[in-house]
Design a protein around this ligand. Sequence first.
Ligand code: FAD
Length: 456
Amino acid sequence: NVCVVLFTSDLRLHDHPPLRAALRAADEIVPLFVRDPAVDRAGFAAPNRLAFLADCLADLDRGLSERGGRLVVRTGATAAEVRAVARQAGADEVHMAAGCSAFAHDREDRLRRALEPDGRRLQVHDAVITAVPPGGITPQGSDHFAVFTPYFRRWTAEPLRTPLAAPRAVRVPPAVRSEELPARASVASVSAGLPTGGERAGRKRLTAWLSRHADAYADRHDDLAGDATSRLSPYLHFGAVSATEAVHRARARSGAGAEAFVRQLCWRDFHHQVLAARPEAAREDYRTRHDRWRHGEEAEADLQAWREGRTGYPVVDAAMRQLAHEGWMHNRGRLLAASFLTKTLYIDWREGARHFLRLLVDGDIANNQLNWQWVAGTGTDTRPGRVLNPVLQARRYDPEGAYVHRWVPELAGVPAPAVHEPWKLTGPERAALDYPDPLVSLADGLTRFRHARGRD
Ligand code: FAD
């Protein structure tokens, strides 16, 4: 007998429960990835993610080939393609990971409806994309946790499944044809500094980072120029690295750095369980606010300057330019850029989230939209009124100005701390700088924010 394994956000062979279950149930499997145009239409298919996806699929195919199998790729509506492949292969069952978004839930429903008339079963596996499945732990009287700290406490006590080894051998029915795999080189407008995708690269990064850098993570993760974070987010987003395995391996190391890293992985699960319970939070405010964002020509010009890294606040501009160049941004940079957009420029978080999703290689509906909401004060932050001051934050997290110097070459000759407030320079020093004045003073931005919230 035959089973189909539908890969979605779980592009790996290690620690893959649907794959393990299919191999147990059948002699032959069809490892399938469907390129669904609905994913493109929903805005998930940005160039950086398509390029990284191409790497992930190529690596998955290589890993399967080494085990005697191969990856089957089809283009079309997921339900129709899976049904066609299942019919062709004579498969009894289709195995896949449970998703968290409205899109993923809808895809599961359609798939079930497409398979049932043929008498084929869809088996959806939990805890593949997150370590703890959404809804797996809940507070009394609610279907999800709205506050991180109690979630973290419960999540920490939750037993995780033991990570699974990669299969040794995979047999794929020869009659099932595949399209050609998408090639990274065929994707246009990819950020120059985009990393290589795939399980192999992801596992290598996890191992190297845990052994060499995890110990320093607790002290250094906020150091903007230090690059002391794992940069595993794109691998986790595509499931090239398993979150469950990452948690297990970090816990096995112990120490403050590994603990802090596990806490960040818990944030990932936290946002996924919020989105699973409130799928509309991808678009709508999680907590209602009655004040109005700025609109109109002036706001549009400010938004454009923010996108291009020309706000006049060096640390914000550095972060935005890192995003454009690498398709990735340091977490502290994301916090500062998002706080500046929503609480100083007073522009709708959805505009910022949309721009991030266009460029981020780890761009993720759960993590992106809900982090944006967290910063904007419409989400799960228990202190929605806090505003990050980009000058104080820059002095603290980029004390030497190295991050700004790296990404804003116009300011390369200005030493820290002056580099964080170039508008204070005078005379020829200021005149020599080809760098804009701030779009708005921080005091005016704060007044705007407080005034608007006063009407809340
Ligand atoms: P590390 O510090 O090494 O952390 C390890 C892992 O923990 C990360 O890879 C990530 O999977 C997870 N993680 C860390 N911080 C968070 C967090 N705040 N929320 C959820 N998971 C977290 N992360 C995404 O994966 N995709 C996004 O689209 C995304 N958009 C964001 C937008 C904004 C406005 C903000 C403030 C944060 C966003 N984050 C997003 C969270 C975080 O910034 C990134 O996960 C992190 O910077 C990735 O770098 P890293 O892998 O080196 O992280």
